[in-house]
Design a protein around this ligand. Structure first.
Ligand code: PEP
Length: 257
């Protein structure tokens, strides 16, 4: 019996300007009135430019929604044109920040060194990183999905102390399932999520391994989330496309019915 609170995080990616983001978060607040939000943590990850609006809406409506950014700088401040620091996100009331999403790895060349530095920068700013890991199709076809994912995990959490390791959230997102409509089977998700927890156990012991939330991400919808959530080591979902519709995302949050 797990004591981990399930977490459903919506990654809006580069969608929704601040007005559209405001409409979505307000509508999500309405939809969540039908859901027992004490059972599940609800998180949204809007684009940077929407965060202030989301902060005001969440505070004003006392909405049961935490929020965060999709990325942060590895640096604290200074001459890093175009970047946003962890402390800037913290000042906007962010709780979480995604690190190492496959789209950051693929289009911005973020490797383990960069994700490791960003995870540390998040903790230094008082944010909880959601470290995204997962294999591309070729690695799965070659049977190297666990090995590939664990290498990303170990690079991303390298140098964390036990207190930090206990708080981190890991999102297992097989690249071939992201935005493709092809969801991993619950068994595939469990295999890798369990390997992630096993690696955390070897590195940091039982207390950390039993506390960390391991999410699955990749084409999660209200129609497949409940089955994924039956798996012992799947503690929630990182949701892209389906988080852009308030009713659908609220159904995902309310998967327990
Ligand atoms: C994601 O963006 O992390 C994701 C899992 O996207 P989707 O749910 O659209 O596959």
């Amino acid at each position: 019996m797990t004591t981990r609170t399930p977490l459903m995080a919506g990654n809006w990616k580069m969608n929704l300007d601040w007005k559209q983001g405001l409409a979505l978060v307000e509508e999500l607040g309405e939809q969540l009135k039908e859901v027992d939000t004490s059972l599940v943590e609800t998180v949204v990850l809007p684009p940077f430019v929407d965060l202030r609006t989301v902060q005001v809406a969440v505070d004003a409506g006392k909405l049961p929604i935490a929020y965060g950014a999709q990325d942060l700088s590895a640096h604290e401040s200074g001459a890093y044109t175009g970047e946003v620091s962890g402390s800037m996100l913290k000042a906007l009331g962010c709780t979480y920040v995604a690190v190492g999403h496959s789209e950051r790895r693929q289009y911005h060349g973020e490797d383990e060194q960069v994700t490791g530095a960003k995870v540390k920068a998040a903790f230094a700013a008082g944010l909880i990183p959601i470290l995204c890991v997962g294999e591309p199709l070729e690695e799965r076809q070659a049977g190297r999905h666990v090995e590939h994912t664990l290498a990303q995990l170990e690079g991303g959490i390298d140098g964390l102390n036990a207190e930090q390791a206990k708080q981190i959230v890991i999102a297992y997102e097989p690249v071939w399932a992201i935005g493709t409509g092809e969801v991993a089977t619950p068994e595939d998700a469990q295999e890798v999520c369990s390997a992630i927890r096993g690696a955390l156990r070897s590195l940091h012991g039982d207390e950390v391994a039993d506390a960390v939330r391991v999410l699955y991400g990749g084409s999660v919808k209200s129609s497949n989330v409940a089955e994924l959530m039956t798996k012992q080591d799947v503690d929630g979902a990182l949701v892209g496309g389906a988080s852009l519709k308030a009713e659908e995302f609220a159904k995902i949050v309310g998967y327990q019915g």
